[in-house]
Design a protein around this ligand. Structure first.
Ligand SMILES: [Zn+2]
Length: 124
């Protein structure tokens, strides 16, 4: 994605004007990127929680998503569910060393931190 483009954009986080070198850049700095990502996650959590309160009779999926978001150690399946990707995608990320995992016996454990880093460095 490297180019000689120079586009003036406004940062999605702080609103400051900055010069973007690619079309996909959305923030003026890594700091804003991280901050905005956290803000979105927090709002997601709050809206999930509000939905849960609005529909107390509705059981599993939303609630288990919240539990998943709070877990610090996840399996491949749980990671796939959490970020809405397929199991295969997670395995591809692992084998290309983009997602770091630990082995406990034959189980693959993915830390929440590793997932957060994945998004931090992919520039979302
Ligand atoms: Zn900014």
């Amino acid at each position: 994605m490297s180019s000689n483009l120079e586009i003036t954009k406004n940062c999605l986080c702080c609103g400051k004007e900055y010069t973007a070198k690619t079309l996909t850049t959305r923030y003026c700095s890594h700091d804003c990127n991280r901050r905005h990502y956290k803000k979105i996650k927090r709002e997601e959590k709050i809206s999930n929680f509000t939905q849960l309160q609005a529909n107390p009779d509705q059981p599993a999926p939303i609630q288990s998503d919240i539990l998943l978001q709070q877990k610090q150690f996840l399996s491949i399946d749980e990671t796939a569910q959490l970020i809405g990707a397929s199991r295969r995608t997670i395995q591809r990320l692992i084998s290309s060393n983009k997602l770091h995992v630990s082995k406990v016996g034959s189980r693959t454990i993915i830390t929440r931190k590793a997932i957060d880093y994945l998004f931090y460095f992919s520039g979302i």
